[in-house]
Design a protein around this ligand. Sequence first.
Ligand SMILES: Cc1cc2nc3c(=O)[nH]c(=O)nc-3n(C[C@H](O)[C@H](O)[C@H](O)COP(=O)(O)OP(=O)(O)OC[C@H]3O[C@@H](n4cnc5c(N)ncnc54)[C@H](O)[C@@H]3O)c2cc1C
Length: 274
Amino acid sequence: MDWDVVVVGAGVAGLAAARAAAEAGARTCVIDRMGPGGVLMNLPELHDMTGNPNGMDYASALLDQAMEAGAELAIAEVTALTPGFAIATDDEAHAAKAVVLAVGLGNGRLGLANEDAFDGQGLSHCAACDGPLYGGARVVVAGHDRWAVQEALDLAATVEHVTLVTQGAEPHDSAALLGTLPNAAIWPGRITALAGAAGLESVSVDGTVLPARAIFVQSGRAAPLGFVADPAAPGLFLAGDCVPGAAETVLAAAAAGARAGGAAAAFALGKPAG
Ligand SMILES: Cc1cc2nc3c(=O)[nH]c(=O)nc-3n(C[C@H](O)[C@H](O)[C@H](O)COP(=O)(O)OP(=O)(O)OC[C@H]3O[C@@H](n4cnc5c(N)ncnc54)[C@H](O)[C@@H]3O)c2cc1C
């Protein structure tokens, strides 16, 4: 399929980009391997936004607006992007004059050899999705940033005990709230091992074994840009969490997406950027 603009990733940044590009008159396709919404689909309550909207409702509104503007949605994983642009996917191939990469940060990683073996067996990347499975159990959250702290705070409402392991980093200021809870702790060490015969049973932090039925991994997230042949190609724009140093909030991603979509449309249509 031939397009003016292809947007890779249909999270908040990608959907905002698709809407802006389509509104600017570009024939636009937004491609996502999972379906629309990205991280929003894991967030029943969005902090830092007036009214704390539900993430899924917000994603649905963003999708509607992009579709109403004329953008099309394809569900596929983009496997290669070469300048020009040729876009290979695990489904059909696409071509575009300009591309917006809005691929987010991907799931967190601990960097342990056996972590994949615990995926779905106690290792999770979403407290809202899997936290209810561990009511009354001891759990760990790996990470130090604001959203890792928020995951720990949310889990503390239902689990027996939650430990935030910061992987050696300074925790976000909001971690002070965790210190006020009787069933929460902050540990500034690094996770060195996961163990368990039938699902996760313990997490080792610098050699100390903590009993844990679940670990929620928010640390070690990285932009999945390995499929991009030339990140500096003219006509290629980045938006949202995949941009180094991004604010990593919904509002920042939406604004960056809208800007990138407009710029991509201008490039594709040969107009000055608005
Ligand atoms: C646990 C957690 C809680 C948070 N809570 C809040 C909050 O309360 N308030 C707030 O403002 N912010 C919050 N944030 C931050 C906010 O969710 C993000 O900043 C924002 O959603 C990022 O949007 P994005 O579009 O850049 O990326 P994403 O939402 O990650 O979307 C990227 C999309 O790209 C797709 N993709 C990746 N690679 C490919 C490929 N090769 N081919 C096709 N598709 C691909 C993915 O499937 C995904 O759908 C939170 C983040 C986390 C992790």
